[in-house]
Structure formats: structure tokens, C-alpha cells
Design a protein around this ligand. Structure first.
Ligand code: GDP
Length: 361
């Protein structure tokens, strides 16, 4: 009686199916081993150049890995991809949380793909390692773009230092370009130093803003305005249109007070509504105008080569730091020197000299 009852209940469990005889332990481990096997470097490169997204993603995972073997491999892949990179326009997009970055990137990205471009969306968010999970470049925030065959969205790599996170993103740009992406968006949140890092790897820097209560310039860092090639007042819709226009005028006036840029580009201010998809074409035109101007006057190339120099030095700095702080001798002695300094037995300068000497042993 009891048995019959359980067989009609939703909780009734179907008796397990026996494992087929052919699936023995050794064949399972063979399958697992195969899955673990990494494609060769040249296989990676061939597939990436052919635009294979799954290989691109796997290569980016190698770039993001802290395992030295993975890094060695990703360096080799990047090196072979380099001659095929660089043919893109890299656009940095920043703004405070809630300004509408993901909404904007979704419509802006769709606009580019509708023009036949291939768009990669990357992000720099050094806080993601602390928050356990990225808040930027998140696929769930760009539902339409993620379905687009000509778009690729990759969340921010995690990492403890902004320099490290930024370097990974820069290497990822190269891989995406080699895979045929001709438009790269790099998103960052408008707090902290991450804008400077993004600015150091893009051609065009776009600042998203909201119209406020008429004091638009308050609380905005001077450095960010100086970096911007365009300031876009988002959410210029519904009851907000008039305020957005006022904000636009105020920013335009302020921008004219800044000295002319080396690029000879006069930064522009415009309004848009990412939500209602209004004004997006104007921003696309601005980027086109900018790239035409700077390609003709040579600034585009000059800036890219300056960025390369910057990243060369930045990478050396990073590497030296990592080598120093992970050095066994240094690790051992550092605490002792800190105590010695606290007890006035030595000075920070002398201790630093001795620690540097120790790191070379
Ligand atoms: P993010 O934090 O900068 O990425 O901002 P989101 O794209 O997540 O947008 C924050 C909120 O603002 C969401 O509720 C959006 O729907 C809304 N939003 C974004 N763009 C616009 C816009 O152009 N107009 C209006 N009215 N709302 C918008």
C-alpha cells in the first residue's frame, strides 16, 4: 500500500539507471584528461585570427591567470597576435554608478554592429576582487548586445591592484582586435583612479553625466574633464530634457576655458537618452569626426605609440614590484626591518637599501 502511494507522489524517485559497462574509470579519466589538455599556442592563434570566440575567451582566461605557465603561454599568444591587432577604435566610457553606462553601451554597441562593426566590451573594475564578482561589463546587464553575433562582452578581470587589472585588460584588447573586433569599448566606474588607467589605453574618452540642479561642475574632478573627448548628458528624456540642455550649455562653456588639446580636437558636449535610444547617432558621428581628424593630423598614431611606451614602463614597474615582494629573503626580512624602524634602530631609507640588496641575492 505504502509503495503504491509513493509511486504517484511528486516526490517519488525513479530507480537509478545502471552505468553502461563500457564507461569504466579509465575511460572517464581519459575524457577528463582530454578536457584539461590545452590547445597549443599556434592552435590558439589560428583560431583567434579566424574569429573563434570560444578560443578567444580561453586565451583571455590565460591572460587573467596568475599561474606563471599560463602567463608564459598567453604572452606567446599575444606576441603572435600583435601584428594583427591595432586596427580598431578604442573608446573609454566612464560615469558614476547609475548614470546609465550599461544601458548606453547596449544601444551604442547595437548602433555600431548595425553599421557592420564588430564590438568588444571590456571593463576595468579593480574593486571586483573585493566585491567577489564584477559589477562592470556584466553580461546580464546587456541582454540585447550579448545576443548579437557581432558583439563580445567580457567582465572585468579580478585583481588586487589597478595596475594589474589594467594590464590584463590591455592585453585582452590585443586579443580581441586580432579576433576581428574593430571597435573596443572599455567601461569603468567613475570613482577612484580607474579612469586614468582607461584613458591610458583608449583613443577616445567619453564621460557620461546626468543633469543636476544647475551646479554641474561641482564635485567633478578637473582631471576627468581634461581627459574627456566628449561629455554626454544621459537621460535627456521625459521631464529631464530642459535640465539636460542647461547642463550641456554649462559644460560647453566650461570646456572652452581649457587650453586646446594636443589632438587639436575641441571636446564636445551632447545629450542623449540611452533608454529611449535618442541621440546615439550624434555620438557615433563625434567619434567618427575625432578619428578622421586625428588620423589625418597624426595624433592617433602618436598617442598609441606613447601609450605603448607608457605600458612598457608600467609593466616593468609591476614586474619589479612583484619580484621584490615575493622574494623569499625580502619576505623574511621585511617584518624585522619594520620592527627595527619602529624601535628607531634604523631608518626607512637604510632599511629600504638593505632590503633591495637582499632581493638581488
Ligand atoms: P550604470 O550603473 O551606469 O551601468 O547604469 P544603468 O545602465 O544600470 O542604468 C541605471 C538606471 O538608469 C536603470 O534603471 C536604467 O534603466 C536607467 N536609465 C539608463 N539610461 C537612461 C535614460 O537614458 N533615460 C532614463 N530615463 N533612464 C535611464
Amino acid at each position: 500500500m505504502r509503495k503504491k502511494k509513493s509511486s504517484v507522489s511528486a516526490l517519488h524517485e525513479v530507480e537509478g539507471v545502471k552505468q553502461p559497462l563500457s564507461t569504466n574509470d579509465s575511460s572517464i579519466s581519459k575524457i577528463k584528461q582530454k578536457r584539461r589538455e590545452q590547445p597549443s599556442e599556434s592552435e590558439f592563434v589560428t583560431k583567434i585570427l579566424a574569429g573563434d570566440i570560444s578560443y578567444l575567451s580561453r586565451a583571455i582566461t590565460l591572460v587573467e591567470s596568475t599561474n606563471p605557465k599560463h602567463q608564459q603561454k598567453s604572452n606567446a599568444i599575444i606576441e603572435q597576435c600583435l601584428p594583427h591587432a591595432n586596427k580598431s577604435v578604442r573608446i573609454g566610457i566612464t560615469g558614476v554608478p547609475g548614470v546609465g553606462k550599461s544601458t548606453f553601451i547596449e544601444v551604442f554597441g547595437k548602433f555600431y554592429t548595425s553599421k557592420g562593426n564588430k564590438v568588444a566590451v571590456l571593463a576595468i573594475d579593480p574593486s571586483s576582487s573585493v566585491n567577489k564578482g564584477s559589477i562592470l561589463g556584466d553580461k546580464t546587464r546587456m541582454e540585447e548586445l550579448v545576443k548579437d553575433q557581432n558583439a563580445y562582452i567580457r567582465p572585468s578581470p579580478s585583481g588586487n591592484s589597478l595596475g594589474g587589472v589594467a594590464q590584463k585588460t590591455r592585453e585582452t584588447i590585443i586579443l580581441c582586435e586580432a579576433a576581428g573586433f574593430d571597435t573596443i569599448f572599455i567601461e569603468t566606474v567613475g570613482v577612484g583612479q580607474s579612469e586614468t588607467a582607461v584613458h591610458s589605453m583608449v583613443d577616445f574618452f567619453l564621460l557620461l553625466k546626468l543633469a543636476g540642479a544647475g551646479d554641474e561642475l561641482q564635485g567633478i574632478k578637473r582631471g576627468i574633464i581634461e581627459m574627456a573627448d566628449a561629455i554626454v548628458i544621459n537621460k535627456a528624456d521625459e521631464n529631464n530634457i530642459k535640465q539636460a540642455e542647461l547642463a550641456k550649455a554649462e559644460f560647453a562653456r566650461a570646456l572652452h576655458l581649457y587650453p586646446p588639446k594636443e589632438s587639436k580636437w575641441q571636446p564636445k558636449v551632447t545629450t542623449c537618452s540611452a533608454f529611449y535610444n535618442i541621440g546615439i547617432d550624434k555620438i557615433y558621428e563625434l567619434v567618427q569626426e575625432y578619428t578622421s581628424l586625428t588620423k589625418v593630423n597624426g595624433y592617433f598614431e602618436k598617442r598609441r605609440s606613447e601609450q605603448n611606451n607608457y605600458w612598457l614602463l608600467e609593466t616593468i614597474n609591476q614586474q619589479l614590484k612583484t619580484e621584490f615582494y615575493t622574494n623569499k629573503n625580502v619576505k623574511k626580512a621585511l617584518k624585522k626591518y619594520i620592527t627595527d624602524i619602529e624601535n628607531s634602530k634604523t631608518t626607512p631609507f637604510k632599511a629600504a637599501q638593505e632590503l633591495l640588496k637582499l632581493s638581488k641575492k
